[in-house]
Design a protein around this ligand. Structure first.
Ligand code: NAD
Ligand code: DAU
Length: 351
């Protein structure tokens, strides 16, 4: 094997698409997926690659420094792509501490282990930290986030990701750690946990349950198909410049309510329901605390320097996503039949 790469959080939504891409495109790399398998981690997401010769799964916690040190000793990683995180804003509002622990402490545990492992020679090594556009805060009606936009996070989730970004940069500046960071906008696609807006709405529409829209549905997000994100990560891992940050976005801004209308019309079509019947399920509920109004990413740097741009048209991507959830009923049912019910009750009863 030419390289051994540690990918953290590979059993989650984006991580599973990244693992699949690396395992399939790079048979000369040994890919180690390290994941704690929290509620969001699901090895079913990786069924098609689990037997690949260049793929290994290790169950463990990025906050457990002796375990992480042992992993670096065992595999002598050449590169790290760090995706493991607590990722849902609403959960960070009800339980901030687990975000501080995993997103901040966990990232530093990984940085320390990489630093120790690469102490003698860090030539050709790379610590790639996958982050979010939410670190930049909230936009008004105009403007976009660029790589030099000042950080202004508002939720415990985005503050924890901002903190981890700062620590990754600090390890670069202080210890010469070879790092790269990317900040991406909202992803959608197959295998996303149904706490997030799109899979939650698809499942509720299918079941005939209310579709909760926070506030007036006027918040704007910039949506990117998850496979386009995975491609950007592959490019940055290979061609990104050490010490640099790359913004990744979909050039695809949607008000939440408009997105839900579009989703309703796709669902009506796919489920052979009369036009506009799913719209009746839309229910405006209490707004999210500290809800950022608008995110929009300027991804001209990665386009100019690495030749990446989003490739999937949103309506086609959304239709493909709906098709996936409808064809993978068992995947969804296995999730929503368990502790998800408790989460859903607690999360939405007050809204
Ligand atoms: P996810 O919640 O679907 O998956 C997170 C994964 O990390 C899960 O498999 C979980 O088991 C694992 N994990 C959590 N805590 C862990 C720990 N302590 N040790 C080891 N593994 C642990 O998240 P996602 O949506 O796939 O996001 C992945 C990364 O991308 C995150 O860092 C997130 O901040 C970032 N990101 C997400 C989006 C998005 O739209 N989803 C956009 C930009 C950036
Ligand atoms: O921007 C990147 C971020 O996108 C990632 O860093 C996060 O990990 C990811 O969860 C996502 O954050 P959001 O908070 O934007 O995603 P979410 O799907 O939770 O919500 C999208 C929008 O929809 C947001 O404005 C809140 C709203 N919403 C969400 C839910 C779950 C609703 O109106 N109703 C809902 O039930």
């Amino acid at each position: 094997m030419e390289k051994t790469i540690l990918i953290t959080g590979g059993a989650g939504f984006i991580g599973s698409h990244v693992i699949r891409r690396f395992v399939k495109n790079h048979p000369n790399y040994r890919i180690v997926n390290l994941d704690k398998l929290t509620y969001a981690g699901n090895l079913e997401n990786l069924k098609d690659v689990e037997k690949a010769e260049n793929y290994i799964f290790e169950k463990g916690d990025i906050c457990d420094s002796s375990f992480i040190t042992a992993m670096f000793k065992k595999y002598n990683f050449d590169g790290v792509i760090h995706l493991a995180a607590e990722s849902h804003v609403d959960r960070s509002i009800s339980d901030p501490m687990s975000f501080i622990t995993t997103n901040i402490v966990g990232t530093v545990v990984l940085l320390n282990a990489a630093r120790e492992c690469w102490r003698q020679n860090n030539e050709g090594k790379l610590f790639y930290h996958v982050s979010t556009d939410e670190v930049y805060g909230s936009l008004g009606a105009t403007g976009k986030f660029v790589e030099t936009t000042s950080y202004d996070p508002h939720s415990p989730y985005s503050a924890s990701k901002a903190s981890s970004d700062h620590l990754v940069r600090a390890y670069h500046d202080t210890y010469g750690m070879p790092v790269v960071i990317s900040n991406c906008s909202n992803n959608y696609g197959a295998n996303q946990f149904p706490e997030k807006l799109i899979p939650l709405a698809i499942n509720n529409i299918k079941q005939g349950h209310p579709v909760p829209v926070y506030g007036k549905g006027e918040n704007v997000r910039d949506w990117l198909f998850v496979e386009d994100h995975a491609l950007a990560i592959e490019l940055i891992f290979h061609k990104g410049v050490v010490g640099q940050t790359y913004n990744i976005g979909g050039e695809n801004e949607w008000k939440n309510i408009d997105l839900i209308y579009l989703l309703c019309s796709i669902m009506d079509k796919k489920l052979n329901r009369p036009a506009k019947s799913s719209e009746k399920l839309i229910t405006f509920v209490k707004d999210r605390a500290g809800h950022d109004l608008r995110y929009a990413i300027d991804s001209s740097k990665i386009t100019r320097e690495l030749g990446w741009s989003p490739s999937v048209d949103f309506e086609q991507g959304l239709e493909k996503t709906v098709d996936w959830y409808l064809a993978n009923e068992e995947w969804m049912n296995a999730i929503v039949s368990g502790v998800y019910q408790e989460y859903y009750k607690t999360q939405y009863q007050h809204r």
